[in-house]
Design a binder for this molecule. Structure first.
Ligand code: NAP
Length: 380
């Protein structure tokens, strides 16, 4: 069988501001066959995750490239791997059969050839449980129906009727684990502590704020528009939120929201916000550096007052979601419980069409997304 595969590549390394002209939609006509026993799997991509860290992979140099397998460099003109959900078209592996639904590292394109050893898992009944539990519109009844004992028949028929739920495998992945591991393991929160989250309406940030509230902290978030600020306070239960773009003196703004200081800062943006937060962090405060998106394109670097860090004995710690695989099952069970009972909301932002991947990706750096950014490639 031969198909047309449209996929996205970068034309060059990208070291400054992102533009659509850095990307190209290529077309190829691969034969969708695999050698039996080759262990290669050809999949039709359904949903792909759009994440800021991909930009660091596209640079000519970035320390991310030698950190972990997921963040190795992207070579211009070659396919771009990304986490996503797909359906098996042809399999040379005994682990997968044609039409299986799978999740793992696929590509920014319509089809992917997943080589042996690349991360790919079948969506099994546990996946079925996740799919249903993680959907914000699921009623409690449907959550209960999706018990771990659900039969594989129920799984199969449900999948076909509820395919729109599949993108939730994506937020259930690394963004969620970054939020959960970063907040509970890196920040080591105590009930009643005061927490500040930046990029709070984004994929990681919205979950951090919700975990912190449910844990019993006082939570303030910042985001880049009035609409996002309203969402944080009205839908996600943040105690306070503000639009950082309206503020001229971030240090004073934070002093206003935290007259008694910040105990935990969950940093997604870096630069001036990190400096202002550190100035307001209390003795023995913790700063979890999840990401520094404002530095990815601008070349800016944060310069927090290191005397503050010394004399207030502040811990500033970077981390990667993959460091917290040991809490993955806690993350899933806690999150699915909260979503099922309606205590937590899952925010997705879905754009259709492989050709729209570059604009969806660029939009992350100008705040176009609300919640987890996903591109839907195909219905089935
Ligand atoms: P996201 O928050 O869903 O999307 C990015 C958001 O960042 C935008 O919506 C925008 O929201 C904000 N932003 C963009 N440019 C900004 C700037 N110059 N200053 C301030 N805010 C800016 O993305 P995400 O996937 O959740 O990632 C958030 C951060 O976590 C990123 O730094 C990412 O690299 C990092 N991350 C780390 C890990 C890890 O394992 N350590 C895992 C996942 C993500 P506004 O409207 O608020 O500006």
């Amino acid at each position: 069988m031969e198909v047309t595969n449209r996929y996205i590549v970068t034309k060059t390394h990208i070291d400054g501001a992102l533009e659509e002209s850095h990307f190209e939609l290529k077309t190829a006509s691969p034969a969708l066959t695999v050698e039996p026993g080759s262990n290669d799997v050809v999949v039709k991509n359904l949903y792909v995750s759009i994440d800021p860290y991909q930009l660091n992979r596209m640079k000519s140099y970035s320390s991310s490239k030698s950190a972990i397998i997921f963040s190795i460099g992207i070579t211009p003109s070659e396919g771009i791997d990304a986490y996503g959900v797909a359906r098996v078209v042809a399999s040379g592996s005994s682990k997968f059969e044609k039409d299986d639904l799978v999740v793992g590292l696929i590509a920014w394109g319509e089809y992917s050839v997943v080589k042996e050893g690349n991360m790919l898992s079948k969506l099994d009944p546990m996946g079925f449980l996740l799919t249903h539990l993680l959907h914000p519109s699921m009623s409690s009844n449907r959550c209960l129906n999706a018990s771990p004992n659900a039969s594989s028949n129920a799984f199969a028929s449900s999948i076909s009727t509820e395919l729109q739920l599949l993108p939730l495998f994506v937020p259930a992945g690394f963004s969620g684990l970054a939020a959960y591991g970063g907040f509970f393991e890196v920040c080591q929160p105590k009930k009643g502590e005061k927490v500040f989250v930046s990029a709070a309406s984004g994929s990681v940030g919205n979950l951090v704020g919700q975990y912190a509230k449910l844990f019993g902290c006082y939570v303030v978030g910042c985001a880049g528009s009035k609409k996002k600020v309203e969402l944080l306070k009205e839908k996600l239960g943040f105690d306070e939120a503000f639009n950082y773009k309206d503020e001229t003196d971030l240090k004073s703004t934070l002093k206003g929201y935290f007259p008694d200081g910040i105990d935990i800062y969950f940093d997604n943006v870096g630069s001036e916000m990190l400096e202002a937060a550190v100035a307001n962090v209390n003795n023995f405060g913790r700063v979890a550096v999840c990401g520094v998106i404002s530095e990815y394109t601008s070349g800016k670097r944060a310069a927090p007052d290191m005397l503050d860090v010394v004399y207030k004995r502040i811990t500033i710690r970077g981390f990667l979601a993959a460091d917290y695989m040991n809490v993955y099952s806690d993350f899933i069970s806690t999150t699915s419980d909260h979503l099922c009972t309606g205590n937590m909301q899952a925010l997705e932002d879905i754009t259709p069409g492989v050709e729209n991947i570059p604009s969806a990706f660029i939009g992350l750096f100008s705040g176009d997304n609300v919640g987890k950014k996903i591109v839907k490639i195909a219905d089935e």
